[in-house]
Design a protein around this ligand. Structure first.
Ligand code: GSH
Length: 212
């Protein structure tokens, strides 16, 4: 398997965690987003959206981190990244999608660049935008998780799931932007539990071959 990735990409970080949790070896192919390598013809031939990650294996070429993770889940079911039970799976997917659909896309590099380079928004306003969408999303997640008996050591129970796979990279983004996380004690506690697992630790941005 080959994973096209960028060390700071939180969407690629999700897939790195999933591959590690499942014990799947892969070749890391760096795509330097700040140099614009995602827009080169060689890469858009693999990923028409010009986004990382892309996973390539003997079955095909796959984009979108959550689709890739569900593909891995179906091909390599152990250990499961979704809990047993329809309701539990819906809960885990809802947490994952709240991050992947409602927080992360608004703070993506190309969105921030459009704000500054095309719309002429200043750096302070851009930073305020970034913080606003992260805080709004994380506040809702904290409220959702804090008193829910389904929340355990991890977002759902006692084993990491797709929800944790999305949460940890999003918190890493927030930390990089120096956003205070004191208002999210449940999320930070779950992040610490994940950090103790080698699969999460090895997927961290600073552990990647293209880390700067
Ligand atoms: N929904 C996509 C999002 C992918 C995405 O936004 N990737 C970012 C890095 S985290 C990217 O490649 N950005 C390139 C750019 O903004 O030009 C997924 O989950 O895979």
């Amino acid at each position: 398997m080959k994973l096209y990735s960028y060390f700071r990409s939180s969407a690629a970080y999700r897939v790195r965690i999933a591959l590690n949790l499942k014990g799947l070896a892969y070749d890391y192919v760096p795509v330097h987003l700040r140099k614009g390598e995602q827009r080169a013809d060689a890469y858009t031939a693999l990923n028409a959206q010009a986004l990382v990650p892309t996973l390539v294996d003997e079955q095909g070429t796959f984009g979108q981190s959550l689709a890739i993770i569900e593909y891995l889940e179906e091909r390599f079911p152990q250990p499961p990244l979704l809990p047993k039970g329809t309701e539990a799976r819906a809960r885990v997917r809802a947490i994952a999608l709240a991050i992947a659909c409602d927080i992360h896309p608004l703070d993506n590099t190309r969105v921030l660049q459009y704000l500054t380079r095309t719309l002429g928004v200043g750096e302070d306003a851009k930073d305020a935008w970034y913080r606003h969408w992260i805080d709004l999303g994380l506040s809702a997640l904290e409220r959702q998780l804090v008193d829910d008996p389904a929340t355990g050591e991890f977002c759902h129970g006692t084993a990491p799931t797709l929800a944790d796979i999305c949460l940890v990279p999003q918190l890493a983004n927030a930390r990089r932007a120096a956003i205070p996380l004191d208002a999210y004690p449940t999320l930070v506690r779950i992040e610490s539990a994940c950090a103790r697992l080698p699969a999460f630790a090895a997927a961290a941005p600073d552990k990647q071959p293209d880390a700067e």
